[in-house]
Design a protein around this ligand. Structure first.
Ligand code: ADP
Length: 293
């Protein structure tokens, strides 16, 4: 590049060599190895960008056109934000796993919460003509008919909103062609109908949500997308921490494999259940069942 910005390959020279990490990871226990390998890999790229752009700015500050300086600052800001998200996710999963988080429950309007979460995702999307999304919010009664009447629900608004944000972010991340992302909110005296007309067993799901929902009135929140979908052999494992399906797309999009693990913990703290069903190439549906208390 004209102003001597280090090439991406050169930035990578600035980092600790892969082999050193690998060796230290292998000597640690399996959890630490998993943690170190994933975190070091994910932190490296934003850190390298921050270092590279900062070095160029320091060196050529006076000679760089204003617009270019601004672009570099934007890239530094994005790198820092990405690192912050990684650190926050790690902190949160450790808090959830050690039981250090207690819910701050109140009576909440779930459709309003979902509407805000949808709008936030929509507003955060960069304008890309080849990747258009349609966002929908559907409220249904127990017969599947449209309704406006969804009772207030006793839950932790910040945590529930966070879970929805994770599911919606994933719907966007794993839908490379755009498509339709829908949030459905409905009562579920029994387990909700399959979004794809397939049974739980076919979807690779052996959760016990059906028996839990038969005995208690539940509220179901379902987030569907028309993205890449998930193969049956992965569907059980995506809620495990650090689990990412090894696809070209997954390697291209940011992620630590912690979002769904965080979601699962939050929903379980509410005494609810979460599961996924999916058809590869057709899309995915993530179902959350919360007991109506
Ligand atoms: P991350 O997105 O950071 O990798 P998550 O825990 O949120 O981590 O998701 C785990 C994995 O599950 C993802 O890496 C992806 O392979 C898969 N996944 C999650 N949501 C979807 C979705 N809506 N469509 C297809 N695959 C998904």
């Amino acid at each position: 590049m004209e102003w001597g910005l280090p090439l991406k390959e050169e930035w990578y020279e600035m980092r600790t060599p892969e082999s050193t990490w690998q060796e230290s990871c292998e000597q640690a226990d399996p959890f630490k190895a998993e943690l170190l390998a994933t975190v070091s890999h994910e932190l490296r790229s934003p850190l390298a960008a921050i270092k590279g752009y900062t070095a160029t700015l320091l060196r050529y500050e006076r000679r760089l056109p204003r617009e270019e300086r601004h672009q570099f600052l934007l890239a530094i800001n994005e790198g820092a934000a990405r690192m912050e998200r990684i650190v926050e996710s790690l902190f949160e999963i450790s808090q959830l796993e050690t039981g250090a988080i207690t819910l701050q429950r109140s009576l909440i309007d779930v459709p309003l919460l979902a509407q805000k979460a949808l709008r936030a995702v929509e507003d955060g999307l960069p304008a890309q003509p080849d990747r258009q999304f349609t966002f929908r919010l559907l409220l249904e009664d127990s017969d599947g008919k449209p309704t406006r009447n969804v009772p207030f629900h006793n839950a932790d608004p910040a945590r529930l909103r966070e879970s929805l944000a994770i599911l919606l972010d994933n719907a966007v991340k794993y839908s490379p062609e755009g498509g339709t992302i829908t949030v459905i909110i409905r009562p579920a005296a029994v387990a909700g109908p399959s979004a794809f007309g397939i049974s739980d067993q076919q979807a690779g799901n052996n959760n016990n949500h059906a028996s839990a929902s038969e005995s208690h009135p539940m509220l179901e929140i379902c987030v569907t997308d028309t993205g890449i979908g998930i193969a049956p052999e992965h569907i059980e494992r995506i809620f495990e921490r650090f689990y990412r399906i090894d696809l070209c797309l997954t390697r291209e999009v940011d992620g630590l494999g912690l979002g769904l693990a965080i979601c699962r913990h939050i929903i379980e703290l509410h005494n609810g259940t979460i599961w996924a069903e999916s058809l590869p190439e057709k899309g995915s549906a993530f179902h959350v069942l919360l007991p109506l208390e």
